[in-house]
Design a protein around this ligand. Sequence first.
Ligand code: UTP
Length: 312
Amino acid sequence: MTPPLRKAVIPAAGLGTRFLPASKAIPKEMIPVVDKPAIQYVVEEAVAAGLSEVCLVTAHGKEAMEEHFSRSPQLEAALEKKGDRARLAAVQHASGLASMSYVFQDEPQGLGHAVGCAEKWVAGEPFAVLLGDDFLDERDYVLDAMCTLQQRTGGSVVLLLEVPARLIRMYGSVDPTPVSVDDLPGEGEIREGLEVYSLARLNEKPEPGEEYSNLAVIGRYVFNPALFEVLRNTPPGRGGEIQLTDAINTLAQMPPQQGGGVYGIVFRGRRYDTGDKLEYLKAVVQIGADREDLGQEFSLWLREFVDSRSGS
Ligand code: UTP
């Protein structure tokens, strides 16, 4: 039995070029979705799965993320003095969420390289990886099931999204074989109804005709720590970057005794990709419309707005 999972690595050191010029001085992971930065939703997702130790992979110039998760005595004192308990609680929630650590990626050499920067911090335990600019709706969280699957199999687990065939070239594609949860080794309940696959191979951003399926890897992973050794031996791939997908492909072909074996769970819930402008806009609207404090008024306005546009 592998040790219980408690660590999450969140790579957030990228350049965020798709969000320029906003991401020039502000990390794209800090761009707010209603009133919380995207990265806070990601940390909340990790914590909800029981991962209370979080390591952000960050870069110089992105210090706002560290500040966001640190205490702010002056601000807290000012809110306290005003008796603004709700905002004080919101500010303290961000700094008290998790035990936060930071490692720096000196140059954005790819997602695989970013995860590799956390090797020392992970210290040989199984761990989760959550990308810093996309997050799942809390009603549809699945990271806990991914952790249980990792514990049961000892291998690694990725989250999969079924995408239209024409879009698979933007993702990593997987070669899946369905598995029955009852046939898996180990113990620990995995929620009923989840589609689980064993993955034989993966390829990053496949050319047309080279995709293994239209199941795409999306930004949630739980790894056997054997990943790090594999990453060290993974040459730069697409775009000259060390690709995490290439390393997962190697893991998929390694025997379980060496920490190999890769499984996938299909995600069929709500997901917000805030690294992309259009998807970001959709996220703000969806989360705004669902908010208890704003949703009703916002939805009314939104309906009027859409009506005023239709036919114009
Ligand atoms: P993305 O590819 O979405 O981020 O990586 P990016 O490179 O910052 O964005 P664009 O394409 O230029 O707009 C997903 C996550 O991985 C991190 C990013 O910060 C993001 O949260 N990442 C990516 C790193 O930490 N290091 C890298 O070298 C690349």
